[in-house]
Design a protein around this ligand. Structure first.
Ligand code: SF4
Ligand code: SF4
Length: 207
């Protein structure tokens, strides 16, 4: 008899949980019509960014390819035609492929990029029926002309303090006047002839 009573109590407890959840609002999302809000720093598919004038931020330096631990990036760089440049540096990426099946979404490529050209954005709908459909080419990754953005860089890069001695050119728009520095290339929309006489970056400043 005792056993029957114990079983009935256990059954009652179990059903009480069932009825409690039955009355609550469902948490299931009707994907893909209904999408979940995901964090601003979520790492989804890569995007290649432009400057406001439409030129590409990527200067084909291969730093992202070199730093990628998964070998997911393949770039072929090409010299810019001075009359009709594609990017603001000396070179641009003629070929820029990202293999989404190799990528582990670590974000090293966006951290390595001196020009904020590549970011991982919140497009996480990454599925395909063939391997080829998950090999992204430059035309798939490049944001459309007229929609230049910094993407998730805005959320990853904290704003530098105003009195920082070692300014970060990509964030402040300042550069040290060196045409060969990655920073100067990255902010290639600045006129080298108007470089400040005193460099904003001091010698021996490792901060
Ligand atoms: S997120 Fe990581 S694994 Fe993916 S392409 Fe960038 S560096 Fe490579
Ligand atoms: S690190 Fe940036 S600028 Fe250099 S090749 Fe990669 S995306 Fe282009």
């Amino acid at each position: 008899m005792d056993r029957v009573i114990d079983d009935l109590i256990a059954l009652g407890k179990g059903l009480s949980i069932t009825f409690k959840n039955y009355l609550e609002k469902p948490v299931t999302k009707q994907y893909p019509e209904e999408k979940r809000d995901i964090p601003k720093r979520a790492r989804g598919r890569h995007v290649l960014h432009r400057y406001n004038d439409g030129l590409e931020r990527c200067v084909g330096c291969l730093l992202c390819q070199g730093t990628c631990p998964a070998g997911a990036i393949y770039i072929e760089a090409e010299e810019n035609d001075k009359e009709n440049p594609v990017s603001k540096g000396e070179r641009h990426a003629k070929v820029f492929d990202v293999d989404l099946l190799r990528c582990i979404y670590c974000g090293h490529c966006e951290m390595a990029c001196p020009t904020n050209a590549i970011t991982l954005e919140n497009n996480t709908a990454l599925a395909g029926f063939t391997r080829e459909s998950l090999l992204m080419h430059k035309e798939d990754l490049l944001e459309p002309e007229g929609s230049s953005t910094l993407g998730t860089t805005e959320y990853w890069d904290p704003k530098p303090p105003e009195d920082l001695s070692h300014r970060v050119p990509a964030q402040t728009g300042e550069f040290d006047g060196s045409s060969t520095s990655a920073a100067a290339v990255g902010r290639g929309d600045l006129d080298l002839n108007k470089a400040p006489k005193k460099p904003t970056r001091k010698e021996g400043d490792n901060a």
